[in-house]
Write a protein that binds this ligand. Structure first.
Ligand code: 48F
Length: 258
């Protein structure tokens, strides 16, 4: 059989466009494809909900590829091991309660698991704004990351979602968009982002799960953004809290969606 270059192009354009059209109205839209966003998406999609995830960069996986200071190993605590087992990520026990994984296996397996569970992932797309109706976030406003990088004047497109998850990591970008656009109305003590505190793995890993909750009507937070919003410490290359936070965000939303 002879290969036709134009059929190859048509296959890509038609199938991608169909995916985008199918994702314009969803149950949950996730901003950010790091460990927290991927884990939240996985558990939601597994329950049968329609989930879309947007990642600004070419590769999803966020801050996990480089392990700690480019040593490509990740550390996980005991509590998060069931999530690693659920995905089939191999672990080595280093000391009691400390498990080590290969960061490349961890990211690629989380990614594969989320997509196979049904999460529709769009890379190279940034969330640049939110849609708000009657003081509730009802969708996301998207643009190609390349538009932003090239500083092009191009208007975005919009998708509708019953719920949004801010899984944008340290930057907590959805929370920042909300405060910039409508003022200090987050569900924090001050209504504003309280800001991330210095590194402290023990406290950071605990508080990140506690801080995984609704931050504005229609918006939940998962992962590092939770501590950036609610004033918890960062925790460096221990990643169990990211998985547990993603899992908790999914559980909270499954309750609401049911
Ligand atoms: O940063 P990231 O990995 O967040 P996370 O899932 O995990 C945090 C850890 O990696 C690490 C840590 C562990 O101690 O602190 O940092 O909470 O992934 C966030 C992803 O969101 C993307 C960004 O490119 C990254 O891949 N992102 C950020 N803003 C946007 C976005 C945006 N506006 N639109 C789309 N993607």
């Amino acid at each position: 059989m002879q290969l036709d270059d134009v059929i190859i192009s048509k296959a890509i354009v038609e199938k991608w466009s169909q995916d985008l059209v199918d994702s314009l109205e969803v149950d949950v839209a996730i901003a950010g494809g790091g460990p927290a966003g991927l884990t939240a998406g996985y558990y939601l999609a597994k329950e049968g909900f329609k989930v879309v995830l947007y990642e600004r960069k070419l590769a999803i996986g966020g801050g996990m590829w480089g392990g700690g200071m480019m040593y490509n190993k990740c550390v996980f605590q005991e509590e998060s091991k069931p999530v690693l087992d659920e995905f089939g990520i191999r672990t080595q026990q280093y000391k009691e309660g400390y498990f080590v994984t290969d960061s490349l296996e961890t990211v690629s397996t989380l990614c594969s698991g989320a997509i196979k569970a049904g999460v529709k992932v769009f890379n190279l797309i940034s969330v640049e704004d939110v849609m708000i109706r009657q003081e509730q976030v009802t969708g996301l406003v998207l643009n190609w990351s390349a538009v932003d990088i090239a500083n092009l004047h191009v208007d975005p497109l919009t998708i509708r979602a019953k719920y949004v998850i801010d899984a944008t990591g340290h930057a907590a970008e959805i929370a920042k968009i909300i405060t910039r656009k409508i003022g200090k109305k987050l569900l924090t003590e001050t209504g504003d982002l309280l800001g991330e505190k210095p590194m402290w793995a023990e406290v950071g890993e605990r508080t990140i799960v506690e801080n995984t909750k609704e931050i504005y009507s229609g918006v939940y937070v998962a992962g590092m953004a939770a501590n950036a919003i609610f004033g918890g410490p960062r925790m460096g290359p221990i990643f169990g809290g990211m998985l547990l936070s993603g899992q908790k965000a999914a559980e909270l939303l499954i309750e609401r969606l049911k």
